[in-house]
Design a protein around this ligand. Sequence first.
Ligand code: PGA
Length: 238
Amino acid sequence: MEKNKILIGNMKMNLTYPEVKNYIDKMKNYKDFIICPSSLYVSYFIDSGFNVGVQNISEYGQGAYTGEISVSQISSMNIKYSLIGHSERRHKFNETDEIINNKLIKAVSNNIISILCIGETLEERDSSLTKEVIKKQIENDLKNIEESLYENIIIAYEPVWAIGTGRVPSREDIEETVKYIKKIINDNYGFNPKVLYGGSVNENNINDLKEIDNVDGFLVGGACLVPDKFIKIIETIN
Ligand code: PGA
């Protein structure tokens, strides 16, 4: 197995402040991952020495955008990572590829390492459209990005139907799709992106998943919220 897999925890809109304090305490000896907490709690994680990312950034610059967080605000906190285009943003908040492209341009231009999330719905998969959907997402999301900024992009392959469902594609399917993602990016943009897998990764399946050759790491939702589970994942991939 390749060493140094990238591990990212996406806490989504979970945990109260007392729970965050307890989490930070439990995880203090395991900081070899990137945590994306609710924005409200970002500074607690930073002050406790964790590598922090945000779950989303605004497509706009500073100004009258109530509830949004700008890329310059993120940079000013020395935050180095952002998820972009998570499927919940795409499907629950109607983020189009155009919006995601705007966000990605803003983030990478400001040297934020951006984890661009892509993946097919169950309907698309059942219609054998996985590759087509992924190709389109990549083409649309990577538009007008300067070549010199490609190094700021990490891809997370997250089948929508695998997120939070306990369902995971077969090893062969993940391997094939990740290979395809790397190939089209290599062929069309000339760089070799790191590609993570996300979708129901947990302390029980990580042992199998870590053996998939071309997967460079994992984006973990539910299982990152429970210190014992996440520690098991951390220990398994290290
Ligand atoms: P999950 O979420 O691990 O709970 O499936 C992954 C994600 O949404 O990034």
